[in-house]
Design a binder for this molecule. Structure first.
Ligand code: SF4
Length: 186
């Protein structure tokens, strides 16, 4: 008889390259469109370009510097031989950060300015910033960018997290995000 564990989704030690490309492609596109949307939406301000670039830099730093320095060293993928997590950041983390402690992995969601909240903020900020811009400086291009970023956020939550990334993640039993997405027992 098939055990409960066998019926669950396969856990990847190495994610397929397609998953890594989808995850990072979606992330980079989200940040780029977000930065362009902010700059375009506030084009009436001399600070528009600065705001857009600032968002772009902060979001990339949060994802590709803060995460591998603070979260990844405590993750199971950091220490598993020949592993590749869905973001591929475990490989980068091994090059730039010292190994942490598995017990500390859930701390990624502890505190107001924790890496998880900064990550969410980097995804949501451009959407929030574009809403007033759409009212005061409407253009069809800005509306399309706004809809694109909202679509990417929904795609991340309902397809990437729940079907491509967290569902197959070896860290899902410790990761607070997997708990929030309800994929631990699938
Ligand atoms: S469960 Fe999801 S958020 Fe948590 S480490 Fe794995 S892929 Fe990342």
């Amino acid at each position: 008889m098939q055990s409960e564990k066998d019926k669950k989704a396969k856990l990847y030690s190495r994610y397929p390259l397609s998953s890594v490309l989808i995850y990072n492609g979606t992330t980079i596109l989200h940040f780029l469109l977000g930065g362009i949307g902010i700059a375009l939406g506030y084009s009436f301000s001399p600070w528009a370009y600065t705001f857009g670039v600032l968002y772009l830099v902060l979001s990339f730093v949060e994802m590709y510097v803060v995460m591998p320095l603070t979260v990844c060293p405590n993750c199971v993928y950091y220490r598993a031989k020949d592993s590749l997590c869905v973001s591929g950041l475990n490989v980068l983390s091994k090059k730039i950060a010292k190994e942490g402690d598995l017990k500390d992995f859930p701390r990624r969601a502890a505190g107001l300015f924790c890496p998880n909240n900064l990550y969410l903020a980097s995804l949501i900020v451009p959407i929030l910033a574009m809403i007033p811009a759409l009212i005061v400086n409407f253009s069809v291009v800005l509306l399309l960018i706004f809809l694109g970023v909202v679509g990417l956020l929904l795609f991340r939550f309902f397809i990437i997290f729940s079907r491509i990334a967290c569902l197959h993640c070896r860290a899902k039993y410790e990761c607070p995000q997997a708990g929030a997405m309800g994929v631990r027992n699938r």
